[in-house]
Design a protein around this ligand. Structure first.
Ligand SMILES: O=C(O)CCC(=O)C(=O)O
Ligand SMILES: [Fe+2]
Length: 566
């Protein structure tokens, strides 16, 4: 989901769907595809299945109880990425009642469903089918969704807000004549998932505080969620395969729902309900269902009970918690095999997100922009393979053939994929040596206004190499701390440079900035200059607003980061 509030958007751009959608491609998705290119040759074992980290409701509802260990295991930087709450009173019945209505919505007459659509919200309210895009770029006809705000039917009547944030602010649409029970069931489950989500949020706040981040700089997750007026429920119905007009990407883990991370604060998920001809059945294919990419980059199927409510962190929270709580890439695999015919799946997602005009504080420490890392993965590095392998012919170029002990140049993503399978060592680039980095650091310190030439992706390349090929870097510890020092000195220069911006600034020259530095400066600079222009010439900002009419208010507005006082 798109995220309300003025937090900086720090991830890759989404697939160009008609509006904000949870299905958003990002680096891990593409890493999967890339890893796949190598895996084809080595036939990896099928993905394993992992149980969510579960917390009993009785524990969760105790506000002061220390659940930080469980929160860390479930949602922390090294956690699984998903947590579930068991024994929530009333939940199983509410889940079943609502999920059973999903096929009934999908089978309403076409003209009725058309009346339930809301193009003005870019299909973010009411019925939506075939409007979103799949990873392949084709329209998604595999599933239909019913979107509504389960808490507020009319979040606002302010016309300016309605036209600025239609996907958050427009009123709900309900099939009052054709399926009146939908509204009741949708709201009941949505409210319960919000209530339990708020309890979980308070434990997340506690965990984050214990890890020295303060209460998200005064903005706790619990407060942010509780004052929001734009939470969104999504009732999902995955059509049986033969009713889909498209062929699935055979056997792919993302054959029913593409890889994505949710954008908001916290997402609640029910366990999917499988049906055949509207009769509930056990899932006929053990490989079908929800998959996540774990922090150590494994793709695993996650399981949790029908009577458990699962929660995942959204990107906004990941940013605000400075990565103490992490968003999890996830997708859904369709059942396959003989028993898969006529099998349909329903589920419900509750996207809890900040209010549309919530001011979210940009972390004061240096953020790490994942999408820049993704671009950096195309940097060429040298590897020394320990196997013989045919050439790999990719869209982005041909690499190999590979011979043992013969150095070869490959993009970083391929080096990482081969390294992770123990098939090569990686040669650290020439600039990643203690001598070279010490020189750069000294020079950076000596010249407060200049930046030393370093590779455009020095931060991301070094991070990827430290994460995946640490044993191939001599003096890794020292190299890492030198890079961190260089980065800190340069960021400080960037910040000091920004403090000198004034209304008379028409261009700013910052030579030798790296990708990560540019990425931090860009949204800030745009915002700052717009603010200056606004005071000087209001029509100019008007124009800027109109031309930048992208769907997300978030990325449009950029971060709010206070300049340090001089
Ligand atoms: O179908 C599911 O289990 C997950 C749905 C989901 O991830 C989403 O709607 O964002
Ligand atoms: Fe999702």
């Amino acid at each position: 989901m798109e995220t309300a509030g003025s937090v900086v958007g720090t991830r890759s751009t989404r697939t160009p769907t008609p509006a904000r959608r949870p299905e958003r491609s990002r680096a891990p998705n593409l890493v999967r595809c890339r890893a796949g290119a190598v895996a084809m040759q080595s036939q990896p074992p099928p993905p394993s299945s992992v149980r969510t980290v579960a917390i009993p409701f009785a524990d969760l509802k105790e506000r002061g109880k220390d659940l930080s260990g469980r929160i860390e295991e479930g949602l922390g930087p090294n956690g699984l990425g998903i947590i579930s709450i068991s024994d929530v009173p009333g939940f199983p019945a509410l889940r079943r009642t609502l999920l059973r209505l999903a096929p009934r919505v999908a089978s309403l007459p076409e003209d009725v469903k058309e009346q339930l659509e809301d193009p003005d919200s870019r299909y973010n309210f009411g019925w939506s089918h075939g409007k979103e895009k799949l990873e392949s770029g084709k329209l998604d006809t595999f599933k239909g969704s019913y979107y509504a705000n389960p808490i507020l039917d009319v979040p606002t009547t302010d016309d300016a807000l309605l036209s600025r944030y239609p996907s958050y602010c427009r009123p709900n649409i309900w099939p009052a004549d054709h399926l009146p029970e939908l509204e009741i069931a949708f709201k009941a489950l949505g409210k319960l998932m919000l209530e339990v989500g708020l309890m979980l949020a308070s434990h997340c706040d506690l965990y984050v505080m214990q890890h020295g981040v303060g209460t998200f700089d005064g903005e706790s997750l619990e407060q942010t969620i509780s004052r929001s007026r734009c939470h969104k429920g999504r009732l999902l119905y995955y059509f049986p395969r033969q009713f889909s007009t498209q062929k699935e990407e055979g056997g792919s883990v993302s054959s029913w729902c593409g890889w994505h991370t949710d954008h908001g604060s916290l997402t609640g998920l029910t366990c999917g309900l499988f049906m055949r001809n509207s009769e509930e059945i056990p899932c006929p294919d053990s490989a079908a269902g929800l998959y996540i990419r774990t922090r150590d980059n494994r793709v695993v199927k996650v399981t949790f009970g029908e009577d458990e409510l699962a929660y995942q962190i959204g990107e906004t929270t990941e940013i605000l918690s400075r990565g103490r709580l992490c968003a999890t890439p996830h997708c859904v695999q369709a059942p396959s095999g003989e028993n898969a015919s006529n099998v349909e799946r329903s589920t419900f997602a509750m996207f809890m997100q900040p209010d549309w005009n919530e001011t979210l504080k940009f972390p004061s420490e240096i953020p790490y922009h994942q999408e820049v890392e993704f671009v950096a993965e195309d940097e060429i590095v040298e590897i020394v393979p320990n196997i013989r392998m045919e050439a790999l012919n990719m869209i982005c170029g041909d690499f190999g053939p590979f011979f043992p002990q013969i150095a070869s140049k490959v993009p970083l993503w391929l080096a990482v994929a081969l390294k992770r399978r123990g098939k090569c060592t990686v040669r650290a680039p020439e600039w990643m040596t203690v001598d070279r980095l010490t020189q750069v650091l000294d020079a950076e310190r000596e010249s407060p206004r200049e930046f030393q030439p370093l590779p455009f992706h020095y931060i991301e390349v070094s991070k990827l190499l430290f994460d995946h090929a640490r044993d191939d870097i001599s003096d890794a510890y020292l190299v890492r701390s030198l890079i961190e020092d260089i980065r800190d000195v340069r960021f400080h220069k960037v910040e000091s440079g920004l403090e000198t911006l004034s209304g008379r600034t028409h261009a700013v020259k910052l030579k030798n900035l790296s990708a990560m530095e540019v990425n931090i400066v860009r949204p800030f600079m745009v915002r700052t200059l717009q603010a200056f222009y606004k005071h000087d010439s209001p029509q100019m900002i008007q124009q800027a607003d109109n031309t930048g009419s992208r769907s997300t208010p978030v990325t449009d507005r950029g971060p709010r980061r206070d300049l340090r006082r001089r």
